[in-house]
Design a protein. Sequence first.
Length: 333
Amino acid sequence: MSGDQDSNISCSRWILSISRWFDSEAGIDAIDINDDKQVDWFRIVPLIGMHIACLGVIRVGWSPIAVITAIALYLVRMFAITGFYHRYFSHRAFKTNRFWQFAFGILGNSSVQRGPLWWAAHHRHHHRFADQRQDVHSPLQHGFWWSHIGWMTSRSNFPTRYKYVKDWESYPELRWLNRYDTVVPILLAVSLFVFGKFCETVHPELGTSGPQMLVWGFFISTTVLLHGTVTINSFDHMFGRRRFDTPDTSRNNVLLSLLTLGEGWHNNHHHYPVAARQGFYWWEIDITYYLLVGLSWFGIVRDLRPVPVGRLAANRIRNSNHADGRPASKTTK
Ligand SMILES: [Zn+2]
Ligand SMILES: [Zn+2]
């Protein structure tokens, strides 16, 4: 192959990578999904930029309203990810109607964790191959950093694995949201900037500004939210206790549960993934589940799937403190 051909190919490659900032299915057929460890540097420039933009706090400073906005957006969007991207779109742990399905899909999408179908497809793949070589974010197989953030920077993990989400393909609004997955985050960022400008002009006593609201409400909140979410892929397959003898390294971890509104009961979840609750006992705090129960009182969600009593007793590890997570004594089936 000539040098000219080489440079033409690499040029069209980076043009495609950049066009995927706006259309996640641009030239998607050209991606080799078996090329599993190649980082797509051009495509992840916005992700890197989002991290660097957090340093803008040095220039814009802080104000109570900006910090409160960042915390509120962290909590609301974490719930959209845990309650809907995870428990609903990935596991169908409860039912809702088409309006709320789309509404929470939009809210989840504002978290900059791609579209609901991409998220659910990769997550179903994780459960199918948990901690086997094919599991794209297994710390056991690929190390901490790859399981935490590296996997989502790779070329091979960029396309939506539609064969795992065939049940959602019949909703054109979800497919649109999934394809143009940066529209909602951009709208959120612009809205926050405008809100900050409005406060600056109309209520200067609040001490905020457009750039400050953008940095806190979007960049800091979203970056912390992203890393909070992916702790479940990395830390929660490494640190914590195992109650159930699952064929993976999943753990229950109370700190991660608080950080992620209930997702830290990950060993429970791998044991029985379709339940609406992941804290299986009253003392296992699962804020996402409490919020789902609250939404069910208003008819927004319904038919929350419980954990069958028989499943609570199955595959218990008698000494669940065992440091490496393997059963210390024979399990009960
Ligand atoms: Zn897992
Ligand atoms: Zn799951």
